[in-house]
Design a protein around this ligand. Structure first.
Ligand SMILES: *[C@@H]1O[C@H](CO)[C@@H](O)[C@H](O)[C@H]1NC(C)=O
Length: 217
């Protein structure tokens, strides 16, 4: 009796921890360098023949160069993913460089599959995230050179330049495919449109404003 209760608890723990901690699956080999030409569809990318793997597969050069910030947000996100570095396949990590002009920003967004750890190399960045319902706590900091901040997986967050100069920052995320869902685009730029009357009620806006937002996004 006691033993079966313990067994059931262990089974329940294993079952729920798989669901709750749904990070990238662990690799089953030293590496699985992506074969970017293979058209097989799987959860990740198929592995290249290990005999053909080279040091280049684990290498990328270019994050010393700033991204193009000539856009309405005045920001750029230059990611090194499996497409730039095939050796990242199945390792559950990516890295990116962020550039913000003065007044530059990223809109509120979330990464469905990754925690983000941010390091500011230059400039002053306000970063904040909001917890889930029901508390909606807002945690924010202004990061200066050398400061590090972590945004927990799945939470809505934002970054904006609050200094006089530009920002250079590095972000690392613990998924090879973190996903990025920008809220303005997901809500007002859905394809096809989400019903504007419904959005007007959900956001307590008039329908005309919603339609204008839908035009923009
Ligand atoms: C930066 O992006 C803008 C807008 O897309 C484009 O017009 C411009 O040529 C780009 N600059 C560089 C250096 O790529």
């Amino acid at each position: 009796m006691g033993r079966s209760v313990i067994l059931l608890s262990i089974l329940a723990l294993v079952f729920f921890s798989n669901i709750v901690f749904a990070y990238d699956p662990s690799p089953l080999q030293d590496f699985c360098v992506a074969d970017l030409t293979n058209t097989v569809r799987l959860n990740g990318l198929p592995c290249k023949d290990p005999a053909k793997v080279e040091a280049e597969d684990f290498f990328f050069s270019g994050l010393h160069v700033g991204g193009n910030t000539s856009n309405p947000m005045g920001s750029a996100f230059s990611a090194v993913t499996v497409n730039q570095m095939p050796g990242l396949n199945t390792l559950g990590v990516v890295i990116a460089r962020l550039d913000f002009e003065p007044n530059g920003f990223l809109p509120p967004h979330f990464h469905a599959r990754a925690t983000e750890i941010l390091t500011v190399l230059e400039g002053s960045m306000e970063v904040g995230f909001v917890t889930s319902s029901p508390s909606f706590r807002h945690y924010k900091k202004v990061l200066e050179k050398g400061d590090v901040f972590v945004v927990p997986v799945g939470l809505i967050h934002y970054q904006r330049n609050v200094g006089a100069g530009s920002i250079v920052a590095i972000a690392a995320l613990n998924s090879q495919n973190p996903g990025i869902t920008a809220l303005p685009n997901a809500v007002f730029g859905a394809n096809p449109d989400i019903d504007s009357g419904y959005l007007a009620r959900a956001f307590d806006l008039d329908k005309k404003t919603v339609e204008e937002l839908q035009q923009k996004f």
